[in-house]
Design a protein around this ligand. Structure first.
Ligand SMILES: Cc1cc2nc3c(=O)[nH]c(=O)nc-3n(C[C@H](O)[C@H](O)[C@H](O)COP(=O)(O)OP(=O)(O)OC[C@H]3O[C@@H](n4cnc5c(N)ncnc54)[C@H](O)[C@@H]3O)c2cc1C
Length: 416
């Protein structure tokens, strides 16, 4: 946020645009920038039995807000991030112009706004691709004691073609019996309690949990579903334990339940000094060795996500900065820290991790980036910086939008 700046409450736009449209024979939904994804989900499913293809884990976020970053969850390996799943935007630029944009109409504004951190305009409407909503989801978790085994299986799964693998692949780090991200967090169903005695004797306190989901329809025969989920298992998975459960739309609303719980016990409103990174596959084993096993060996007081994504599913014309390699991991340190001095300590720890990545020359980028100086932003965007600055000069030449990010200073020339 910016000192003495304005904050736009986008909820006023939420109801404005909801409309089913057909583009080249495929269904899309027009939604307002201020609409929450959870409302998009429930309305699309209840009215049309359709649903967007790519999500975030938590859905009480606005359409414009996640499209300004990327919007990533366990479906992104297949469909790309949310920014790869919109065909048209309406944007109010920093010049005060209302523009409709797409791949062919005002493409610089369209691709600039996607992942553009709100720097070029305010997204007031988005046209989002839809697919048939599944009736049910088979939700499975597997626990690994070896990082290399976990990454090998995760990379295998995300490299499979549609129809030959799962519809959702995520993973998390799991620290022994820690109450937040330890074994209890792996449990999906009270009757399928995770039994640590299944782990090999060689297992250390750091474990890795692969989380997958498979979509199916009510009239699919149970043997078909079993066969679909088992083909991948026998082909590639050496699992320590698997825990499975069948759920419906609740699967996409799973973090809402965690939110309700955190609100009830007061954890939701405490500080969250989160750090999210994209780390290239070539550096992820080093990252595990130093960051997970040394710097964060005692856990972080919150979930740690780690799962692979494919660069080819992202459009390089958007503003999002990515590592170079085709396979890269999203690493999310989702800290919950009680108010007090430990907050600064955790922020320092985040900086230590980022500095370690820079000093070791890792192929990485911050996701949901936040830097304090223009030099850091230039390094972040790398060879995309000139394009980013040029787009700023075209669409918000006075640099009035999102100045709190300290990328461009209000009143100075943005063309550099
Ligand atoms: C609890 C939680 C869970 C999350 N989980 C995920 C996740 O699983 N995957 C993921 O990818 N991200 C996740 N995020 C991050 C999320 O994508 C970003 O924080 C996003 O900005 C949130 O949207 P918002 O509606 O809350 O935006 P706000 O916090 O309201 O805005 C953030 C910034 O985004 C820009 N912005 C917002 N709306 C618009 C608009 N309409 N037009 C242009 N710019 C705009 C502005 O620069 C604004 O300052 C999570 C965030 C939270 C708080």
């Amino acid at each position: 946020m910016s000192d003495s700046g304005y904050v736009l409450d986008m909820r006023s736009t939420a109801e404005n645009h909801f409309k089913l449209v057909t583009v080249n024979g495929s269904h899309c939904i027009d939604v307002s920038g201020g609409e929450l994804w959870e409302d998009v989900l429930t309305r699309c499913v209840s009215r049309y039995s359709l649903a967007p293809r790519s999500w975030t884990d938590y859905l009480s976020l606005t359409v414009g807000g996640t499209l300004s970053n990327a919007g990533v969850s366990g479906q992104a390996f297949r469909y790309g991030p949310q920014t790869s799943n919109v065909t048209e935007l309406e944007v109010v630029t920093g010049k005060g112009e209302i523009k409709v944009c797409s791949e062919t109409q005002n493409p610089e504004l369209f691709f600039g706004s996607l992942g553009g951190l709100g720097q070029f305009g305010i997204i007031t409407r988005a046209r989002v691709k839809l697919q048939q909503a599944p009736d049910m989801v088979r939700w499975i978790r597997l626990v690994y004691s070896e990082f290399e085994q976990f990454t090998r299986d995760a990379e295998f799964l995300v490299s499979q073609k549609e129809g030959e693998s799962f519809d959702y692949v995520e993973g998390s780090y799991c620290n022994s019996d820690d109450s937040v991200n330890g074994w209890p967090s792996v449990q999906l169903n009270p009757v399928q309690e995770f039994n640590p005695s299944h782990l090999p004797q060689t297992a250390g306190s750091v474990l890795y949990c692969l989380e997958v989901a498979y979509h199916y329809r009510n009239n699919d025969h149970s043997s078909t579903v079993e066969a679909a989920v088992n083909i991948s298992w026998t082909a590639a998975i050496c699992r320590a334990v698997d825990i499975r459960v069948d759920v419906n739309m609740e699967f996409l609303l799973r973090v809402k339940r965690a939110e309700e719980h955190a609100k009830a016990n007061g954890d939701w409103d405490i500080p969250h000094p989160w750090l999210n990174l994209f780390v290239s596959k070539k550096d992820i084993v080093d990252f595990d060795r130093t960051v997970f096993k040394k710097i964060l060996k005692d856990g972080i007081g919150g979930p740690i996500l780690i799962y692979p994504l494919l660069r080819s599913k992202w459009d390089s014309r958007t503003s999002v900065a990515l590592p170079e390699g085709e396979i890269f991991y999203i690493v999310g340190l989702l800290r919950f820290v009680p108010k007090g001095p430990s907050v600064n300590e955790k922020v320092r720890e985040n900086r230590e991790i980022v500095n370690w990545c820079i000093n070791e020359g890792l192929d990485f980028k911050l996701y949901l980036p936040h830097y304090r100086s223009k030099e850091d932003w230039k390094r972040h965007f790398g060879n995309q910086w000139t394009r980013f600055a040029k787009r700023k000069a075209s669409f918000d030449p006075k640099a009035i939008l999102a100045p709190g990010q300290r990328i461009f200073k209000r009143g100075t020339s943005t063309r550099q």
